[in-house]
Design a protein around this ligand. Sequence first.
Ligand code: SAM
Length: 292
Amino acid sequence: MGKTSKDKRDIYYRLAKEEGWRARSAFKLLQINEEYNIFEGVLRAVDLCAAPGSWSQVLTKKLRQNTENEDDVKIVAVDLQAMASLPGVKQIQGDITKISTANEIIKEFEGHKADLVVCDGAPDVTGLHDIDEYVQSQLLLAALNITTHVLKIGGIFVAKIFRGKDVTLLYSQLKLFFEFVTVSKPRSSRNSSIEAFVICQNYKPPPDYVPTMVNPLLDHKYCDFNEFTGPNRFIVPFNACGDLSAYDSDTSYPLLLEGQESYEYKEPVQGPIDPPYKEILEKNKSMQTNNL
Ligand code: SAM
């Protein structure tokens, strides 16, 4: 670790390792659920920007509790990056801002609608806040666009958002499609990060809205943007989620937590995924062998 980089192995990182989650992000979704009960009755879900897969793990665990027949559960996970397989999760490797990926997701649902769409998408941050916020908002809009195709009326959409200076416009946009929009910061999300999550409940698109991947969502046809300025400005409720007794992601804790007497080693839940260059090296090697 370089001198200037912060050690990211905080309490949630350690707990994720101990409990077998692929990333500490799992706790964010679990804490959102503690507050909003987002998994209630959910059998079909889409996990956008899913790699390495901890949210898909949470979905698998929670959705299976909603039925006696595991086959009733349908989870589709999408990411630019390859992800180690997870039983019961259909994976699509693709870019959520591309129409082709959206169409693949829609095809997977075979005309059925999802009860829940989640998106933890994050761009590779540049450190230039305006650019990072812009790219993040584009991911959110792409996720919302896909959501308008696959989410059932009354369904829930949860997505990561960067609380930048132009965020009100995004909230207003979401409010066009959902009855309730709340912003929440789970306890496992670091205070130093501008990330938060929008919890959008009761999907209710404008009556004449036609889902399309081509039109930009900010279409003046469906609303008067002046409504969102001056005294009519819509203020989105903000709250923190996760039990107050839950660990704080910005606090340091001793390596041995309360109740633990000694450190117990646990095997990793999955082996490392082969890097993409390995496949190319193997291909080159076999071509060389064939030429000999
Ligand atoms: N929720 C995941 C978990 O719990 O394991 C962590 C997601 S990680 C914070 C953000 C992911 O967004 C990365 O894996 C990245 O590849 C993905 N991503 C960023 N831009 C994307 C895009 N345009 N399409 C698909 N995935 C994207």
